[in-house]
Design a protein. Sequence first.
Length: 160
Amino acid sequence: MKKIAVYPGSFDPVTNGHIDIIRRGLRIIDELIVLVSYNPDKSSLFTVEERIDMIKEVIGNNPRVRIDSFPGLLVDYVRKEGADIILRGLRAVSDFEYEFQMAIMNRRLNRDIETVFLMTGYKWFYASSQLIKEVASLGGSVGGIVPDIVRKKLQEKYSK
Ligand code: ADP
């Protein structure tokens, strides 16, 4: 049976750390859905459409990867798509507590879904969308931490 996983996140914007998780995730699962979340509590720099477009452009045409968005409960989306894995990445200990809570809550909501974590690639340990936005907003260079298309989009946003 095909192993389908959902990789949810804000991806505001997608970084090389996210891309690394996607590439490595594809080594252990058959199909991956990158799910851009709407989080009304978090203000975002890019619209959901902009975030999806950037991920699409970076991933290119890969029949094993799909990009989508969903406003509802993650576990409902996972079941709707016939998936049973939630893929997440872990950087520092500071990620752990939130990820742990989410994984336990999602398992409580649906026991058939497992959350699988991949450790960050050491090069992307400090690659966080939040930090990248802060640096870019002040005119700092984020080349090499985000795909080039994302670097350009950040520049456009902050030069307005
Ligand atoms: P969220 O707002 O849901 O945390 P993010 O876009 O920040 O969304 O992250 C999505 C997932 O990717 C999370 O599991 C996060 O820990 C992981 N992630 C983010 N940046 C990295 C990175 N540099 N290396 C590994 N995993 C990462």
